[in-house]
Design a protein around this ligand. Structure first.
Ligand code: NAD
Ligand code: WQD
Length: 337
């Protein structure tokens, strides 16, 4: 019996595959490598001393997915595969709806047809839009502000409807806050294509000398230092959250915030990154980025209570592990030029 991990060659997926293999589980990864490299899985094998089956396939192709279920006995699925860049989703909405929705519907259909009912899905704190309550509980109103976020809300609804249609389903929707950091070995980590959209990989590329300076998107927010505050969570804690979710699948469908409950500002990130890396991080204040909010902060109580999971790796560890990955792999998984 294996666990199927869609998108398992990607950033969060590869860290979760390590955690699964270390727990003694057998894993099949299906990924089309549209935003990742097979090298991540080679590193996973080296790190764990275990093999992982890899199928290169686009899961918007239902027949490719059926073939995976026919050649392996799959007991449960963790579904990471999807496109995730907010700005790109505004520019290319149909590509986002096509990829994220069709892949998820194919997966649910293939699972039911192959008598597999246990699913953990990667949702996002982006579904809370601009939150009215802080920290944000799962019961807070949802509302997406971009096509990427819409796909997450729509997939959540599809999962709820599917779970209501057959009592065998057990589906956990995990709303991640801001995943950062890397495996402590520094051998796997986040490897964005082109200039990073997200703060921490950008800061790390400045620290390593690949980029000149960080633009701080606004210092006039209603926060302690005026810069945006987020709930950053170590990717290893997040990976362990998936194992906890698998161990505590609900009857039907339920939703959990995965965050720490602690906030850090953009300037906190820059200062801590400078401390742990010993590198100067040149930065300048620029205009706000359209669509950004002042503060995002999880109320993680439900996951702590029901999943018996807690994210306890702090900001220094998040950034020192991110730095180790960046310093050891200045070009990510690509060979140096
Ligand atoms: P990632 O891009 O590193 O991983 C996603 C993987 O899915 C990639 O390896 C990509 O090649 C693969 N993929 C995409 N479409 C596919 C398809 N049609 N068929 C097969 N494979 C496909 O991203 P990540 O940061 O690891 O995110 C994983 C999941 O978590 C995504 O669903 C993302 O939306 C969600 N999420 C991420 C964040 C974040 O900040 N990283 C936050 C909240 C939620
Ligand atoms: C963090 C803070 C920026 C870059 C995004 C998605 C969200 C989720 C996680 C998938 C903000 C500031 C950033 C930079 C900056 N992904 N910033 N300079 O926007 O909270 O969330 O990733 O689900 O959906 O929207 O993360 O890392 O982009 O930004 O000043 O170069 O850093 O304004 O305050 P965000 P981020």
């Amino acid at each position: 019996m294996s666990i199927l991990v869609t998108g398992g060659a990607g950033y969060i997926g590869s860290h979760t595959v390590v955690a699964l293999l270390e727990r003694g589980r057998d894993v099949v990864v299906v990924d089309d490598l549209s935003n990742s490299s097979e090298e991540s899985l080679n590193r996973v094998r080296e790190l764990t001393g275990r093999d992982v089956t890899f199928v290169k396939a686009d899961i918007t192709d239902r027949s490719a997915l059926d073939a995976v279920f026919e050649s392996h006995t799959i007991e449960s699925v963790i579904h990471f595969a999807g496109l995730k860049a907010v700005g790109e989703s505004v520019a290319e909405p149909l590509r986002y709806y096509q990829n994220n929705l069709v892949s998820s519907m194919n997966l649910l259909g293939a699972m039911a047809d192959h008598d597999c009912w246990d699913l953990v899905f990667s949702s996002s704190a982006t579904v809370y839009g601009d939150p009215e309550i802080l920290p944000i509980p799962e019961t807070a109103p949802t509302g997406a502000t971009n096509p990427y976020g819409q796909t997450k809300l729509m997939i959540e609804d599809i999962c709820r409807d599917v779970a209501a249609s057959d009592p065998r389903w057990r589906i956990s929707l995990l709303r991640y806050f801001n995943p950062v950091g890397a495996h402590p070995s520094g051998n796997i980590g986040e490897d964005p294509n082109g200039p990073p959209n997200n703060l921490v990989p950008y800061v790390m590329q400045v620290a390593v000398g690949r980029r000149d300076k960080v633009s701080v998107f606004g210092d006039d927010y209603d926060t302690a230092d005026g810069t945006g505050v987020r709930d950053y969570i170590h990717v290893v804690d997040l990976a362990l959250g998936h194992l906890a979710a698998l161990d505590h699948l609900p009857k039907g469908c339920d939703v959990y915030n995965l965050g720490t409950g602690n906030g850090a500002s953009v300037l906190d990130i820059i200062e801590t990154a400078r401390d742990v890396s010993g590198q100067e991080i040149p930065h300048e204040i620029t205009d706000r980025r359209p669509g950004d909010i002042a503060t995002s902060l999880a109320d993680p109580t439900k996951a702590q209570t029901e999943l018996e999971w807690r994210a306890d790796r702090g900001l220094e560890l998040m950034l020192s592990d991110a730095w180790r990955w960046q310093e050891k792999n200045p070009n990510g998984f690509n060979e140096p030029d």
